[in-house]
Design a protein around this ligand. Structure first.
Ligand SMILES: [Zn+2]
Length: 294
């Protein structure tokens, strides 16, 4: 056991902070969850109201049994993830979430973008289990992603590596919230589909589902060609809700566009962790912080 590498049964306090709910659990070294609890995220709450809700939730978990704490939350964040400003939680802007949690629990704590957390979780005990090279993405209201390459989650200069939602899939296409045109998120996210069709994304017809799959497949093929990886794991209510028709359209597009000797055969698959994904991902973030092995 190398210095700083936890051994044996590492229990982690997992914290998932989303725009609609906050969830916590204790995760064991197999990714099994206990003491799971959640509360609605206080809508319109200010920074301290939001924090009070989360702190009360954490108090329901026996943190004395935990060796670390991991958090998955929407981006962006800065100063090495010390300050979070999740787009879906307007009350937190430059909120020092990690420091607050350390003060509350006394645990070594790491905060990570929720899509990157999911990537770690799917590699730990989900659809990418044991793989060293893969992409994980979320296609839901927005589109996010995380990339594991050479066995390591990619961070990038400011921790934002893996933002596949802003890969251009329709040159000159719809204007994206980021300011560019034709980003995957502007064309294939739940929010965009609702704007394009005038109805909730879950009511989309077969043509819209197929187009969403094709565009996601196009982005995945580009990433496979760029990074020499062969698997994309996809979670999120839009992709999983569309199901087989979405995945078939995405796979067809990947087969057409990932043609290099190394990218041919790239697969796209549904994430395996289901509703537990965000908390298992958060636990994986905590394990990464204390250097636990996969
Ligand atoms: Zn964009």
């Amino acid at each position: 056991v190398a210095p700083g590498v936890a051994s044996g049964d590492v229990k982690v306090l997992a914290v998932d902070v989303g725009g609609t709910k906050m969830a916590v659990a204790l995760a064991d070294d197999q990714g099994r969850l206990s003491f799971a609890a959640s509360v609605p995220t206080p809508q319109g709450g200010d920074a301290e109201q939001l924090w009070a809700a989360l702190a009360a939730l954490v108090a329901e978990v026996p943190v004395d049994d935990a060796e670390a704490c991991g958090v998955g939350i929407g981006g962006p964040m800065r100063q090495d993830n010390e300050l979070v400003s999740p787009l879906n939680i307007p009350g937190w802007r430059d909120f020092p979430l990690r420091r607050r949690l350390v003060h509350l629990t006394g645990l070594p704590t790491a905060v990570e973008n929720d899509a990157k957390s999911l990537a770690l979780g799917e590699g730990w005990c989900g659809a990418a289990r044991g793989l060293d090279h893969y992409l994980a993405m979320v296609v839901s209201t927005g589109v996010g992603g995380g990339i594991v390459l050479d066995g390591r989650l990619l961070d990038g200069a400011d921790g934002n590596a893996g933002h596949i939602g802003h890969v251009i899939v329709v040159p000159g296409g719809r204007r994206c919230a980021c300011g560019a045109h034709g980003c995957l998120e502007a064309e294939a996210s739940g929010r965009s589909i609702a704007a394009i069709t005038g109805a909730p994304a879950e009511e989309a017809g077969p043509d819209v589902v197929a187009r969403c799959g094709r565009l996601v497949g196009q982005a995945v093929a580009s990433v496979a060609n760029l990074l020499d990886l062969r698997l994309a794991v996809v979670a999120g209510s839009v992709a999983l809700g569309y199901g087989d028709a979405f995945f078939a359209a995405a796979q067809d597009e990947i087969d057409r566009q990932a043609r290099l000797s190394f990218s041919r055969g790239t697969r796209i698959r549904p994430a395996a962790l289901g509703a537990a994904g965000p908390l298992v991902g958060a636990a994986a973030v905590g394990r990464r912080a204390v250097g636990a092995r996969r």
